[in-house]
Ligand binder design. Structure first.
Ligand code: CMX
Ligand code: CO
Length: 146
């Protein structure tokens, strides 16, 4: 069952400048940063609020690390902006399987590694009314609660 907005993914050209904008404008702080080589991104997670399923909601700021990455390609076409939304679930395998049976293309056969050792998969935007949609199971939801 999908129980929270886990994060909103925002593509940017310059991670430090974008982090600085969110800090100066809203007071949001960086909770976690990492490079995900497989996804071709350098990212900063800004924790916005806890959620009643024991998880949290974040903004995921994404800067491409390779010219052939999906985010680099998207930035070239669209410029900066909201790239995807992510719903949180305790069981990404079960939810991805159930959604696939409804005829929505799930991009990975098996979930891959996402931020903070989460397990993630994506639904094709063309099957989701134009929204690239990610499903996430946190590694340890209790570690990100207040
Ligand atoms: N949101 C909405 N639509 C999108 C999109 C997005 N982020 N990215 C691509 N599309 C649309 C394009 O506009 C295009 O539509 P048209 O044919 O009408 O022009 C269509 O999808 C195909 O676009 P494309 O540029 O040819 O892109 P690809 O097919 O090469 O890739 C996708 C699209 C979804 C398969 C690819 O972006 C992908 O695999 N995404 C999942 C991985 C990812 O995004 N990783 C980065 C984030 C990592 C993280 O969150 O941790
Ligand atoms: Co994401």
């Amino acid at each position: 069952m999908l129980t929270r907005i886990d994060h909103i993914g925002i593509a940017c050209f310059d991670l430090e400048r974008t982090v600085d904008f969110y800090a100066r404008t809203y007071g949001f702080e960086v909770f976690h940063t990492e490079v995900n080589e497989e996804q071709g991104v350098r990212e900063a997670m800004l924790r916005i609020n806890g959620t009643d399923d024991g998880g949290a909601s974040y903004l995921q700021l994404l800067e491409p690390v390779r010219e052939d990455s999906t985010v680099a390609k998207w930035l070239e076409r669209h410029g900066e902006g909201v790239h995807h939304i992510a719903f949180g679930t305790e069981d990404v395998d079960a939810d991805a399987g159930a959604i696939r049976e409804k005829g929505v293309r799930v991009l990975y056969d098996e979930p891959r590694r996402g931020s903070m050792d989460s397990r993630i998969t994506f639904l094709h935007p063309k099957d989701c009314h134009g929204v690239l949609t990610e499903l996430v199971t946190s590694a340890a939801p209790s570690a990100t609660t207040d």
